[in-house]
Design a protein around this ligand. Structure first.
Ligand code: RIB
Ligand code: CA
Length: 311
């Protein structure tokens, strides 16, 4: 059983990750959800997080708003991928559950401090601004965090927002550098693995065939956000980036990777946000992250579809 905080910028793939986590109570206890600016501005990511919680039948889930801009750059968003609401595809009602008072960064700090050391996992699914801000404000939490399991970066797949960088890292490379140098236990699910988790037509039909409001909404979400990757990469469907983080917590045997050194480019305008992953161990830089390169895609989608059918 993992106790987790999901830090997120919904985003259709973030939404599916949240649904998977909430559908898996025997594996995961979601202590709270913290929203960050990323795919769309913070006012929308916090609203979308609440929309998804209500879709899952969890209006009790604490949702906090966090940082509305990166540490050192202006915000770059991704409406071209996720639509102007960030959750285009299904028509879902506005949330009625409240946004929690207090800042997401303080919720992260307080939650890690108030649980026994090594029992809280942080699951960032967007830019790392909230996580880095929590580490900066309360360095004592680093040794108490069980693990940071994040979606971000790339090595063989290189960039999706620039030729060199993946979106989450590109938006806030300074935050990513703080996290990567923190000394916390880190597992990374980069584009190298998420681009192998594609929602083919058959897999989308399996979501829709669940026949519930959740199944139908998920099918509509992936129908919408597959356009970008199909057009850019000729992909067979939408890459389910963020749900791989939750699936890794539930069944890590679905994934393979290497414990390597990963550094973040923060100085160059050309390669800002590049994750310089020493996959071939050609440097003497100390390993600092378990970098996932592959998955059992059919096993992943079977797990995801089975769990979504529970909601
Ligand atoms: O590059 C993909 C990542 O950026 C995903 O987390 C997606 O939701 C966006 O945040
Ligand atoms: Ca995301």
């Amino acid at each position: 059983m993992r106790k987790i905080i999901i830090d997120t910028d919904p985003g259709q793939d973030d939404a599916i990750a949240i649904l998977l986590a909430l559908a898996s109570p025997e594996d995961i206890e979601v202590l709270g959800i913290t929203a960050v600016a990323g795919n769309v501005p913070l006012a929308l990511t916090e609203k979308n997080a609440r929309i998804v919680c209500e879709l899952a039948g969890r209006p009790d889930m604490p949702v906090y708003a966090g940082c509305d801009r990166p540490l050192a750059h202006r915000l770059v968003t991704a409406e071209h991928v996720h639509g102007k609401t960030g959750l285009d595809g299904p028509v879902l009602p506005d949330p009625t559950m409240p946004l929690q008072d207090g800042h997401a960064v303080d919720f992260i700090i307080d939650t890690v401090r108030n649980h026994p050391a090594g029992t809280v996992t942080l699951c960032p699914l967007g830019p790392l601004t909230n996580i880095a801000s929590a580490i900066n404000k309360a360095p004592d939490i680093i040794e108490k965090i069980q693990e940071i399991v994040l979606m971000g970066g790339a090595y063989f797949e290189v960039g999706n927002i620039t030729p060199a960088a993946e979106f989450n890292i590109y938006v806030d490379p300074e935050a990513a550098e703080i996290v990567m140098k923190s000394g916390a236990k880190i597992t990374i699910l980069p584009l190298d693995v998420t681009h192998k988790a594609l929602v083919t037509r058959a897999r989308n039909d399996a979501f829709r065939d669940i026949g519930t409001p959740v199944g139908i909404a998920v099918a509509q979400m992936t129908d919408f956000f597959e356009r970008f990757d199909k057009e850019k990469y000729g992909s067979a469907g939408a890459p389910l980036h963020d749900p791989t983080v939750i699936a890794y917590l539930i069944n890590p045997d679905l994934f393979t990777g290497r414990y390597i050194n990963v550094e973040i480019e923060t100085q160059s305008a050309l390669t800002r946000g590049m994750t310089v992953a020493d996959w071939w161990r050609v440097t003497d830089r100390a390993p600092n992250a378990y970098f996932i390169g592959d998955l059992d895609a059919d096993g992943f989608f079977d797990l995801l579809t089975q769990r979504l059918a529970r909601l």
